[in-house]
Design a protein around this ligand. Structure first.
Ligand SMILES: [Fe+2]
Length: 232
């Protein structure tokens, strides 16, 4: 079996990212996938962007990566100044999708938006089903991020696995990731899927934001890291 880690939605939260780093070290993952949103929201986007580039093996972009990397919204100049042109070009050039065969199942990997609309665990399955059949193709599973809530759901189309968020978790304000043990490739085999839930110093993350008066939507970010309640 090969161990895969799927990490996403770091969003400039350095205490959460470092807690995740400590938690994954003993897991011995052989392949680490980044599924988008390294930056934006929190005050430490430069650090979380560099962390992702240093620690992950494969990279996909998220809506914040493209928005900030492509200078989509002038209000994001706080992040542009922090990241600089080289990081922004890297973010803007990230691929949007990938596929990965695990234990005989063809998985579609992407962040969520802007490839699909936001997908949540409580959505009607007829809506979610479309994500398994893009462009006339057929996938047996989806591994994605963007909702900031880890979940696992089984449809007739196949498995849906959401990574949750490292730095901006909704629901339970801990750092989350997805761990999959599988046989690489198209031969059918057993598959183990786990949600990794890591406590971190939420108050330290809030304090870093309090010390940075220029951070856009600062109060919303502080509430989110302390409570896990979406506040923008
Ligand atoms: Fe995100």
């Amino acid at each position: 079996m090969r161990r895969y880690l799927f990490l996403a939605d770091f969003h400039g939260n350095v205490p959460a990212t470092l807690a995740m780093e400590k938690a994954i070290a003993p897991l011995g993952a052989q392949e680490i996938w980044f599924l988008g949103d390294a930056v934006g929201k929190g005050p430490g986007s430069r650090t979380t962007c560099d962390w992702v580039r240093a620690h992950c093996d494969h990279f996909l972009g998220g809506n914040w990566d493209y928005g900030i990397g492509g200078k989509e919204y002038p209000a994001d100049d706080y992040y542009w100044n922090q990241l600089g042109p080289e990081r922004m070009a890297w973010l803007n050039g990230l691929p949007r999708e990938a596929e990965l065969w695990l234990s005989g199942i063809r998985f579609r990997l992407y962040h969520g938006r802007p490839v699909e609309d936001l997908m949540t665990v409580d959505m009607d399955k007829s809506v979610l089903s479309a994500a398994f059949h893009p462009r006339g193709e057929h996938f047996g599973g989806i591994i994605f991020a963007d909702s900031h809530r880890p979940f696992f759901r089984t449809l007739n189309d196949g498995y849906m696995m959401n990574t949750g968020s490292v730095g901006n978790s909704m629901g339970v304000p801990r750092a989350h990731a997805l761990v999959v043990d599988a046989e690489p490739g198209r031969a059918p085999g057993p598959l183990v899927c786990s949600i990794l839930s890591v406590p971190y110093d939420n108050e330290a993350a809030a304090e870093l934001a309090r010390q940075d008066p220029g951070l856009p939507f600062r109060d919303a970010y502080i509430t989110e890291v302390l409570t896990g309640v979406y506040s923008r």
